[in-house]
Design a protein around this ligand. Structure first.
Ligand SMILES: [Zn+2]
Length: 402
């Protein structure tokens, strides 16, 4: 964690102990409730090492024994299964904050990324100069009001679009909010008194798919985010790629086949200019379908039976699909996760994306490799919380026993 406190004195054995604890915790995340013998088999550790780690992790409040789940007819000495200590068992929580352009969202999740509380903060009427302070204060108020009695909040994860440096917990550049070189992590820490981690939202969603989503994601994963901004994240063998200065995933100016929409960069047919929520809402206002440029209104109109609104959403989905086809050919990921508001709510828009992607891709003919996020419409809050949860699953012994 980024903190000014000097690290504790560590012995050479600490690294291995930490890695073993992480393997055990990961096995319990994936397979819990699971007996210690099962954890040993899954992690390749000795039964003695597994027992030691389970004791440590239980002391930290991260796992618990579930005696009520002992198999009744087992042969030999029955083993008490171990599971994560989730929110309903009084387990620890983390907070997630997603900072978007029109609004921010706050959430509390448990160790399985299950949301236990959420709240929205509309940025409407908040002057740009006050936004940083208001988000920090609102997050602190949310935690004070909505943390269940007796629950322990281990930290805060923040996810935001634009260029983010997770090593410094800093927003390098977010043009729409006008944030440049902004130490978001330090600011939220001042408001909450909790450790804070910051990452780009596309990488955060990718990380949440690695931790909590489909197994194929851990082989290789492309996440494409389509909102007011359009960006992407790539993970190979369970690791999200950042590249030099964490600049990977900028697909805003990827040329979309058959698009001639002008882009502020001077070219035409760029992905963000063609498919962003902003572009979509602008077209919908122009066509007289919605009174103000808010993409959510268009989705509502389509759901209420407006055929022209539906047609516009399908057109966008097909453009997203054509771009996805290009990315499939370049990267050939096992899984493509697409965060996009219409397909998150209605499967027929995912079908449009899939059909267009497969028609344009040369290396992929399986539409089921393209999916929506496992967390559904809660994707961004779960992803934000994952920014805090992922370091915990990597180095569980670093948290203080509480
Ligand atoms: Zn462009």
């Amino acid at each position: 964690m980024s903190t000014t406190v000097p690290p504790a004195v560590r012995s050479p054995g600490d690294g291995r102990r930490e890695a073993n604890a992480a393997s055990v915790l990961r096995a319990v995340l994936d397979h819990g409730p699971v007996a210690r013998s099962g954890i040993a088999r899954l992690s390749g550790l000795s039964p003695a090492a597994v027992s030691r780690q389970c004791t440590d992790l239980a002391r930290l409040g991260l796992v618990r024994e579930v005696p009520e789940l002992i198999a009744a007819s087992g042969v030999g000495r029955p083993q008490i299964p171990v599971d994560l200590r989730t929110g309903d068992a009084g387990g620890p929580l983390v907070a997630g904050v997603h900072i978007g352009v029109p609004s921010s969202g706050f959430g509390l999740t448990d160790l399985r990324g299950t949301l236990v509380a959420r709240q929205n903060l509309s940025h409407d009427g908040i002057p740009a100069t006050e936004l940083r302070e208001r988000v920090g204060r609102a997050l602190a108020a949310f935690l004070a009001d909505r943390t269940p009695p007796g629950a322990r909040v281990l930290g805060v994860g923040a996810a935001i679009g634009g260029w983010v440096d997770p090593a410094a917990d800093t927003v390098v550049r977010h043009d729409a909010l006008g944030w440049h070189g902004y130490p978001l992590g330090a600011d939220l820490r001042r408001h909450t008194g909790l450790p804070v981690r910051v990452d780009n939202h596309a990488r955060a969603v990718a990380q949440s798919e690695l931790l909590f989503g489909r197994p194929a994601a851990r082989r290789s994963l492309l996440h494409l985010f389509v909102g007011n901004v359009v960006d992407a994240a790539l993970a190979v063998a369970g690791v999200v790629h950042s590249g030099p200065r964490s600049g990977a995933g900028d697909v805003a100016h990827l040329p979309v086949p058959d698009s001639s929409v002008p882009c502020p960069c001077g070219r035409t047919g760029c992905l963000e200019a063609t498919v962003s929520d902003t572009a979509l809402a602008g077209r919908a206002v122009e066509a007289g379908l919605i009174p103000e440029p808010a993409a959510g209104l268009l989705v509502d109109a389509a759901a209420a039976g407006d055929r022209r609104a539906d047609a516009l959403l399908r057109e966008r989905a097909r453009a997203v699909g054509r771009a996805t086809g290009l990315l499939l050919d370049v990267l050939n990921p096992d899984l493509v996760v697409i965060t996009e508001r219409s397909s998150a709510l209605q499967p027929e828009y995912l079908d449009e994306i899939r059909t267009a992607a497969i028609a344009h891709a040369h290396v992929c003919d399986d539409p089921e490799r393209i999916v929506v996020p496992h967390a559904g419409p809660a994707v961004l809050l779960v992803a934000a919380a994952t920014v805090a949860l992922n370091p915990l699953f990597k180095s569980p012994l670093q948290i203080d026993a509480g």
